[in-house]
Write a protein that binds this ligand. Sequence first.
Ligand code: GLN
Length: 475
Amino acid sequence: MRDITEAGVREITRRINTGEISASETAAAFVEKAAAHSELNAFVRLVNKPATPVDGGNLFGVPIAHKDIFCERGVLSTCASRILENFVSPYDAAVVEKTRAAGMVSIGRTNMDEFAMGSSGEHSSYGPAKNPWDLSRVPGGSSSGSAAAVAARLCPVATGTDTGGSIRQPASFCGVTGIKPTYGRVSRWGMTAFASGFDQGGVIAPSADDCALVLSAIAGFDERDSTSLNEPAEDFCRLFDNALSPTIGVPGEFFDDGLHNGVAACVREALARMEKAGAKIVDISLPSMRYAISAYYVLTSAEASSNLSRYDGVRYGRRAEGIDDLSALYKKTRAEGFGAEVKRRVMVGAYVLSYGYKDAYYRRAMRVRRLIADDFQRAFEKCDIIAGPTTPSVAFMLGEMSSGDPVQMYLQDIYTVPVNLAGLPALSAPCGFVDNLPVGLQLIGSPLTEARLLAAANDYQKHTDWHLRKVLKTP
Ligand code: GLN
């Protein structure tokens, strides 16, 4: 009998339903394996004896790990920040609620960049998670621990959030599949805000099939989130048996000088394979993409500076001690509680929103956002799916991007942030290796076409085994 920690969501469900293994044995197997691989620092907290939901649910007994950004009732929910180090959430995020209702078992909280700001995991107050393929390298970020844990099969599936690439980029670096749905598809209720106009919850798992099963459980309208899309729940596996033959648009801008040759070769090969399976490949252009990084960092920093003003030492979280002056209390609490990257974004955000600069930066960036969305809309007149690399390189070394100019790290997001500026769904799926490190293929869709994206990725995964490559031997 195959070790349960090697099984996908579908197989776990089947084995529990047939009584071959119990839900609590399944959870215990994953928790034990996760505890044995603490060197990855993928989990910031593990649940010792996970509680099994009482009722059925179509994913009954499937273990899941939530990124430390999702509020979980009675559990420390810290966003990997010192400012929330003591925050025990009094309620469940919508995503947590829904996974519970589906019968899934929470086995722990995964490591991340503080408040989801970063592309490497190095901005975590718990120290960085490591890439299971090479412990001297980053797993990507900000959903670092989720991707690392899934790659090492310390959990069969994990949640993540993607504001500018934080699901797709770590999925790519760790050789797993990750989907960021259309903005508004998954409720932001109880998902700690970074940039509310961009943040979107999603799933990281080995395969597109696993992602589709869990996304079907967590997507759907929620009146508690004012930007939630009023769309019914969907079965995201429903197109898996259809012959799709999509037209795939390949933007020239995704294959520019900044792209590593080996990564480009893997992605080209994946496209050739999809063409052989019936896809039609066409060239497209996203001319405004070159402004995407600048616009993204102006807009998300502006939103972050406003969202993070709530951490003032008065309402919740950490409070600086021994101070009786209110303004000094704010300053000391925030100075002690936030890490360097968060402070940088709060300051940049306050600057671009300030009197006299708002038109030059914030409003201009909003116009760029529109141009980029228009580029995509025009492109989707010529194709069903846009494809390219997820990241310009494979996983970089710990310290390589975090020690010098922060803009070097920001440039890592070049292929992912345009998608968030336009609010589109996109996924990353493993498509090869360069120097024994995984490469990700990015597939981008028009709004609400997650089912088609997942079907295309599932089809690709039927013909390839990149997503099945094993990284750690079972202890
Ligand atoms: N790396 C990007 C940033 O630092 C994206 C982060 C995210 O998607 N949460 O903002």
